[in-house]
Design a binder for this molecule. Structure first.
Ligand code: ADP
Ligand code: MG
Length: 174
């Protein structure tokens, strides 16, 4: 079973960190829609937003999702990928979708502790914890709609990976 695995969730939920480890455990390739965009356009998310606005960025992101989707691939998606209904259907139809769910305070804490790892501009310029609470209020239902499996991401990365493997019914190679 080599259908792609899509990881969805807000910034800081661990899509990149967990996705890399998951790909290793499955013997899959790892790909990140944000990184793919950066490499193919030579622009950061901030550059793209500045040039084309958020709608322009969302269009590029949707295109990136389709380009990176292939068998035997773990795909870490951007936090806003689920905003487009077409992306939610695309992921559900083409692979297994995993929602890495964690409370807003936890996500904000991680992003505050390691701000340099996330180059995406804030959406509103407000404090990250407030913004994250609003983002989750708006998107949690969409992440849940898109997902085949909802995983508690508020635990160490190894445990998150283990829980995903269990959800995917993969036996762990130990
Ligand atoms: P995303 O790709 O979803 O935005 P990242 O994987 O980049 O999230 O993780 C954001 C930050 O949180 C990183 O500094 C990472 O080391 C940390 N992190 C990720 N997953 C966990 C976890 N399960 N527990 C604690 N910290 C984590
Ligand atoms: Mg990431």
């Amino acid at each position: 079973m080599t259908r792609p695995v899509f990881l969805v969730g807000a910034r800081g939920c661990g899509k990149t960190t967990t996705g890399n480890a998951l790909a290793r455990a499955l013997g899959f390739r790892f790909t990140d829609t944000d990184r793919w965009l950066l490499e193919t356009t030579q622009m950061t998310v901030a550059d793209m937003v500045e040039q084309d606005g958020w709608p322009g960025f969302r269009r590029r992101e949707s295109e990136a999702l389709r380009q990176v989707t292939a068998p035997g691939t773990v795909v870490a998606t951007g936090g806003g990928i689920v905003l487009a209904e077409g992306n939610r259907h695309f992921m559900r139809d083409n692979g297994q979708v995993i929602y890495l769910q964690a409370p807003a305070e936890i996500l904000a804490g991680r992003l505050t502790a390691f701000p340099q790892e996330d180059q995406r501009p804030t959406l509103t310029g407000r404090p990250i914890a407030d913004e994250m609470a609003d983002v989750l209020a708006a998107r949690d239902a969409l992440y849940q709609q898109a997902a085949h499996h909802i995983i508690d991401a508020n635990r160490p990365p190894e445990q998150v990976v283990e829980a995903i493997l269990e959800a995917l019914h993969y036996a762990r190679a130990s």
